[in-house]
Design a protein. Sequence first.
Length: 190
Amino acid sequence: MAKCFDDPAAILEKEYCLNAVSKNLRGEFGQPHPKKHECRKPECRTLRVVQVLKVEVTPEHCDSPLAKNLNGALVVERLVSAFDQDGTHRGIHAGDFVWKGVNLAVKGRLSGMTNEGTHRAPAFNDCQRCEQRGVMEGLLCGLIEAPGVDDLNGAQITASYRIKFDPTANGPAGAALGTLEGMIITPCRA
């Protein structure tokens, strides 16, 4: 499994190149498979959901020339979410993905929060509320396998994503529309 490039010493000391990744995401969530759970101590109700997420990955104008190879499809065969009470409340999610681009594959993990809003006052204009429904956001980290593209083979990708969906009591449903912004981290070879 790919490890996120998040070690302060590595960021400061390692030799690498950075290239911007700026993508749009459009696809859909598969049928949610919910499972309810209750605890007596502490008292709580949790909904756990397993489903598929498939999105087409297309470029945005901030994309670097190297990132054009990442245009393609990203699939999370087993996206697992857990929600406080039901799928319309705040939750967490994680899943392993395969992202197929032009003569390459990226394998890794995405994870984050669901039904919450970080783009709000005081830091931003009030475009979200703290209890924003129908939003997934988090961090995606992956390792690129591109035998035919030296500048990408063995590189890592780290990116933030935001995905909008239809919230239901059983979890995300319907269309998935989103953005992905990040970096390709390529080790220097010489």
